[in-house]
Design a protein around this ligand. Sequence first.
Ligand code: FAD
Ligand code: SF4
Ligand code: SF4
Length: 479
Amino acid sequence: MPDPMLQFVRLAQASPEKRDVRTRRTDFEEIYRDFGIPQARAQSSRCSQCGVPFCSIHCPLSNNIPDWLKLTAEGRLEEAYEVSSATNNFPEICGRICPQDRLCEGNCVIEKGFESVTIGAVERFITDTAFERGWVKPKKPRRELGISVGIIGAGPAGLACAEELRRIGYEVHVYDRYDRVGGLMIYGIPGFKLEKDIVLRRWRLMEEAGIVFHLGADIGGDLPFADLRARHAAVLVATGVYKSRDLGGPGVGLPGIVPALDYLTVSNREGLGDAPAEFASGALNAAGKNVVVIGGGDTAMDCVRTAVRQGARSVKCLYRRDRPNMPGSMREVKNAEEEGVEFVWLSGPEAFLGESHVTGVRAIHMHLGMPDASGRQSVEPLDGSHFNIPADLVIKALGFDPEDLPSAFGAEGLEVSRWGTLKVDHKSFMTSLPGVFAAGDIVRGASLVVWGIRDGRDAAAAMHAYMLQQQTALAVAAE
Ligand code: FAD
Ligand code: SF4
Ligand code: SF4
C-alpha cells in the first residue's frame, strides 16, 4: 500500500466547519460540526510523521499523536481509538477544549509554512466514532484487590485517577459536593464548547466500571475529612480552586455585580434542566441587559459568549491589557467577536455606578509600561481618560484562588504553598499527611483539563505504588 502520509504539501489545513453565527448565538450547542470520515482521513494524512514529534512533546499527556494520525489516515479507526485512549482518559473532551494553539498544534513542525495538522479535531473524531460504534467500554478490573480508596472531587483530575485505580482493581469511592459528576467540565465550561452529554456519558461508563459516587457529599462540611482517612487505605484530594479573585473600588458591592462562576454555574444548570431560581428571577440571567465582563481569560470569554446566547442587549469585555497580551485563547476571542462581543482593550474599572443596583461602570484607559520582574509589561492608568459604560449586569472574571483547605478539612498538618495550593512531593504526589495525595488545580492553581487528567493518572500510579508498599509492610510484619 502506498504511504498515505506527508500530504501537507498538496492538501490545505481544514478545520471542522463552524455553525452559522446567527444560529449558534441563539443556542448552547457546540459551534463546530463533526469531521466526516473522508475529512478526518485526509486531514490526518497531512502529518509528516516526524522522528521527533514536537506535537507529542508539547501535549501534557505525551499522546502518541503521529501513530493515531497514521492509523486514521489508513482508515484503521478502532486501532486509532486504542492508541489514543491508552494515554488519555477523555480524548474526546481534550479534542474539544484543549487550547491546541498553545499545545500540540502550536508545536506541529509543519505549522511553520503550511499550517498545523488539526490534531484536536481528529482526536475528537476518533473517540466520538468509537462511542458511536460501541468500542468504548467501561474499564473494569480483571480481579478485585479488596482495598478501598477515597477520592475527593469528581473533576477531570479525580475522575482520571478513579478510572486508573479502578482498572487495577481497587474499590474506588468518589465524593463530590455537587449533585453531578464532572467538576468544572459540567458546571463551569459552557455547552457551546463542551456539550453536557459528552461528560454525562463518561459518568455512566465509570459507574458501569464499578466506581461508587457519593454526590452531595461536602468533605469538611457534612462529612469529616478524618472519617474519610479512616475509611480508605489512601485518599486523593482533587478539589480544584473556587475562590474568586475580587475587585475593589466604590460601588463594588452593588447588586448586579456577580462572580463569573456563579453566573456560569446557573447558566449550565438551566441548560441541564434544573431551572435555578437565580435564572428565573433574572439575577443571574443576561436577557435584555447591558452586560460588562471584566477580565481577559478563558472564563471571561465563556461569560461574554453565554451572555450573547441569553439574549443580552449588549456585551462588552473590559480588559486592562491589549489583544496580544490576553491570557485567553485567541480562538475563543475570535469566536466571541464573530458572535457580536465588543472588546474594550486597555481599560479597567475604577468605580461602579448606581444607587440600589449597578447601572454602569466608570472605566479608565490604560497603557502598557515597562516589563515587571515576571517579564510581563506593567499596566498604568492614563490620567484623565475616564469614561462610563452602561451596565445592568457586571461579571467579575479575574481568576480563582484555592480555598483554605487545612481549615476547611480540619487538618492542620496539611501543608500549603504560599499561594494556598496543596504542597505535594512531585514524585510521590503525597501531601504532608501520610496516605493523602493531591492532584489537579488544587496543586497547580487554575490550569487546564488536560493537566488535570495527567496529574490524576500520575497520582493513581503513585497511590498504587504506595498501597503495594503498605501491603508488603503489613505482610512482613505478620510473618
Ligand atoms: P475541578 O474540575 O474544579 O473539580 C473539582 C471538584 O471537586 C468539583 O466537582 C467540586 O465540586 C469538588 N469539590 C471541591 N471541594 C469539595 C469538597 N470540600 N468536598 C467534596 N467535593 C469538593 N480548561 C481547559 O482545558 N479548556 C477550557 O476550555 C477551559 N475552560 C474553562 C472555563 C471556565 C469557566 C473555568 C472556570 C475553567 C476552565 N478550564 C478549562 C479549566 C479546567 O476546567 C480546570 O483546570 C479543571 O477542571 C481542573 O480540574 P480539577 O479536577 O482539578 O478540578
Ligand atoms: Fe492536543 Fe490536548 Fe489532545 Fe494533547 S490532549 S493531543 S494537547 S488536544
Ligand atoms: Fe505530524 Fe505535526 Fe506531529 Fe510532526 S509535529 S508528527 S507533522 S502532527
